[in-house]
Design a protein around this ligand. Structure first.
Ligand code: MRU
Length: 363
């Protein structure tokens, strides 16, 4: 499987996603600050992968600590948590992972552990977060594959694949699982301006897997749907609010509106770590604004005139009414999302949440 991010000896290695598919370059991070920088500059990106990277970064910081005692160690750890939290604001997996690492720290501190013991505990927790993410993706794939017809043409936006997670992917996990079950799947990958996660990363992953892939510009999705060429849409998520509104890569909302207009089911695939019950609706999700250069320039060449203002929100919010189902590792959530997401988070059963008997079909 594709190595997105890995702990190797005394450092963390990740593939530089800015350089794919032209070059497969691996970046070695030896400090927490290097990991924070890798997240901020999108060496590694995708909500679950960002969470995993932050956890590994916190563990790395703890390993490198020169703190004299537990008190100083705790001060350093909290500072490192703040540094990680300041990298990217939208993907809630980042904050989820930091909270989990903080809880691990508290358990160890309450048990009176030494800095060395705490560091070992944090490393074990970060490795668990990594491994659990792969398991979640596989389970999402299994639940989601049941929603895919035996022959299907699937549209996806951005990259919600192995590269965006610790491995296997969420939206691409669904596609992979369907293909592994022998279903005949073909994929349209939206290019995903301006960072081209779809054209570069999704297409790269799927081609490596031997899945039929066609890259289209974001503007082509409408006429292709109208021509009846798309059977379903599946995308990932950066944050899912309590009411089922979904923040994902800019352009996702447009795809959801198009899918609704053309009667195409629009699915979201995400682990429970992406669900944020503390945020009531999509309007409260912080949307990252990125460097205008990503829009005004193509690589180093300027493509817009000097003097034109640029906007670069990296994410948008798809209202829950446009979403046919949210596929998680524990089952498929349907509207009304408030109770079904809550049930999924609590591991319970609500009428619209199908943990075992998977439902098939359209919205
Ligand atoms: O800015 P990015 O590349 O980090 O945004 C990634 C996305 O929007 C993905 O679709 C999302 O994180 C889901 S990843 C499984």
């Amino acid at each position: 499987m594709l190595p997105t991010i890995e702990w190797q000896g005394d450092h963390v290695v990740m593939v530089d996603q800015r350089k794919l598919p032209a070059q497969e370059v691996y970046v070695r991070c030896r400090t927490a600050a290097e990991i924070a920088r890798a997240i901020k500059t999108m060496v590694i990106r995708g909500a679950p992968a960002i969470g995993v990277a932050a956890a590994l970064g916190l563990a790395l910081g703890a390993r490198r600590s020169q703190a004299k005692g537990t008190r100083q160690f705790a001060v350093e750890f909290n500072r490192t948590c703040d540094m990680m939290a300041a990298t990217r604001p939208t993907a809630v997996n980042l904050f989820w992972a930091i909270d989990r690492m903080k809880r691990a720290f508290s358990h160890g501190a309450l048990a009176g552990e030494s800095p060395e013991e705490l560091a070992a505990r944090l490393e074990a927790e970060a490795r668990r977060i990594h491994d659990e993410d792969v398991e979640s993706c596989r389970a999402i794939g299994a639940h989601g594959a049941a929603l895919v017809p035996d022959t299907a043409c699937i549209l996806t936006h951005c990259n919600a694949g192995a590269l965006a997670t610790a491995g296997y992917g969420t939206a691409l996990g669904v596609i992979r699982a369907a293909a592994e079950q022998g279903k005949r799947v073909a994929v349209f990958a939206d290019e995903t301006r301006p960072f081209l996660q779809g054209g570069r990363l999704t297409a790269w992953e799927l081609v490596r897997d031997g899945i039929q892939t066609t890259v289209i510009t974001d503007t082509m999705a409408g006429p292709i749907m109208r021509a009846g060429e798309i059977d379903l849409v599946v995308v990932g998520a950066d944050r899912i609010a309590a009411n089922g509104d979904v923040a994902n890569k800019i352009g996702t909302y447009t795809v959801a509106v198009l899918a609704h207009e053309h009667g195409v089911p629009f699915y979201v695939a995400a682990p429970l770590s992406t669900i944020d019950l503390a945020t009531p609706d999509g309007a409260r999700i912080p949307i990252e604004e990125r460097d205008p250069r990503e829009v005004s320039h193509f690589r180093s060449a300027r493509v817009t005139p000097e003097g034109a203002a640029i906007r670069n929100p990296a994410f948008d919010v798809t209202p829950h009414r446009l979403i046919a189902a949210i596929i998680t590792e524990t089952g498929v959530c349907r509207a009304p999302y408030e109770p079904s997401l809550k049930a999924a988070m609590e591991g319970a059963t609500a009428p619209a949440f199908a943990p075992s008997a998977l439902r098939r079909g359209s919205p």
